[in-house]
Write a protein that binds this ligand. Sequence first.
Ligand code: PLP
Length: 452
Amino acid sequence: MTETEFKDPEVGRKVYADDRARVFHSWSAQARIKPMAIAGARGVYVYDYDGNRYLDFSSQLVNTNIGHQHPKVVAAIQDQAARLCTIAPQNANAVRNEAAKLIVDVAPEGLEKVFFTNAGTEGVEHATRMARLHTGRIKVLSAYRSYHGGTALSVNLTGDPRRWPNDYGSAGVSHFFGPFLYRSPFHSTSEEEESERALEHLEAVISFEGPSTIAAVILETIPGTAGIMPPPPGYLGGVRELCDRHGIVYIADEVMCGFGRTGAWFAVDHWKVAPDLIAFAKGVTSGYVPLGGVIISDEIAHSFDERVYPGGLTYSGHPLACAAAVATMSAMHEEGIVENAAMVGRNVIGPGLNELAERHPSVGEVRGLGVFWALDLVVDRATKEPAAPYGGSSPAMDELVAACKERGLIPFTNFNRLHVVPPCTISESEAKEGIAILDEALKTVDAHYRGS
Ligand SMILES: Cc1ncc(COP(=O)(O)O)c(C=O)c1O
């Protein structure tokens, strides 16, 4: 398929009109949005009905880790649909077993079982519920500058403005600051200092909240939507140690950063840390069929050997989703997709974005790894004033998005940041093509603040 094969402007107009008439969208003021009508997608490209091709530098919602329409995954879903579309979760099922095995095989040692959910937010909710039942404690500590999902508990765990209208203050969640050297809440001047001070802060929060009341600390290993801030050396190991010292369960939220995105199967692999529970979703099926879950440590799994785990879902371990997971993970192994993400990040995206920072005064910081990068855009490098306020947008950011789309690139932006999060399958030349578009598009932000 090419852009001409997908071209049908009349159908495109109808798709748009029907959407506006009857579809209610997530996180939006309904009258103020203009959804793109998408006709199809292949690999790293998405096509509209007007004959335009877009390089998908967003992986949609950072989930199409193996690109769009991978033929092996499409075929596996079709084959599974022909064999057995659905089966209740209380039955044993071969494709579910295989998905669990493939997941456990790449997870850190000591994580032995998988509870399947439909999405990331349910993975987070069940991980939290398991931690509470396992410890007999209620409270959960979660970081500011985080996103954990859109259902009741997950949105209360979330440390971004999406929590504000949803928080009734009754979820048993307290928030703390994670490390973020560029905008350090601790006035640190080096990664070592930031790591040490963020750990001191977390230790103080634990003492003042009462260690014996805390069931879990939940952390995105690399906060995603909140800004892609890889933790400084020593931080995650320190969190592990604090949790061990106080009998607190360490939950890693790898919904966005897991399954190859950072150039490793899980982001915790970079720091050789084993959490007690890992929440996952997105990349496990590349989004082809919704699937999420929790990878559970032996110890926590065993605490439900003789007592009932009081939670479940009609679609836990749905065969179509599990078939998509098996095919996705098999393709990732066979085609070296995780290694590709690491290589393109190291050789092209990292150096390419750092070059953009040299040319564009609006780029305050470049950070990331693998195919998981952020440009922190600023009004002024000296003050680090963000190019859009926390929780808001700005004309400069709106113009940047428009400039990317006009040039054939789908960007991912949040507040003052542009995230570079293409599929893990992107080639070096496709990554260069995207960075060249960003080079042009960023001129709009530069000009906005400097009038040039
Ligand atoms: C880190 C993280 N956790 C949880 C979620 C929620 O996942 P879902 O939207 O699949 O429920 C997301 C979604 O973006 C996420 O990025």
